[in-house]
Design a protein around this ligand. Structure first.
Ligand SMILES: [Cu+2]
Length: 150
């Protein structure tokens, strides 16, 4: 009777132990795998609206201080013989011909170069609007006009 009791006790403890071993030891509860947060759906890229091309920029106004123009003196003409510039423009005449020439205004006007031989140049900066006609002192048929606008 006593033996049976011991046996029972052992069996019971084994059973308990076994129970404990199998189901007792708390299995680590699986940490819930974080559900992948859905990637932010890419916002559709805005289709670039065509930028309005500024039409005014086509007519670029020359920067003050860098106004320059030139006239070539040929044998026997000014090229171009008619030139339009804005106030503040410096016009340079360059003698490309073999003969000597001048840039000379009609009486009372400011253009009055010395005699320019081949390769020499002469410049004048126009500060007043107006129409400036000129000629070559040596060859009176050589004429030119500079029109200066504000
Ligand atoms: Cu001349």
């Amino acid at each position: 009777m006593k033996l049976a009791y011991v046996f029972f006790a052992i069996a019971a403890s084994l059973l308990l132990f076994g129970c404990f071993g199998i189901g007792g030891s708390p299995q680590p509860t699986p940490t819930p795998t974080p559900t992948a947060t859905p990637l932010a759906t890419p916002t559709p890229t805005q289709t670039p609206r065509p930028t309005a091309t500024p039409e005014a920029s086509l007519a670029a106004t020359p920067t003050p201080g860098s106004l320059a123009a030139s006239v070539e003196i040929m044998d026997f003409e000014f090229a171009p013989d008619s030139l339009a510039v804005t106030v503040g423009t410096t016009v340079t005449w360059i003698n490309m011909g073999s003969a000597a020439h001048t840039v000379t205004s009609e009486t009372g006007e400011p253009l009055n170069s010395e005699l320019l031989s081949n390769g020499q140049s002469w410049s004048y900066t126009f500060t007043e609007p107006g129409t400036y006609t000129y000629h070559c002192r040596i060859h009176r048929m050589m004429t030119g006009t500079i029109t200066v606008t504000p």
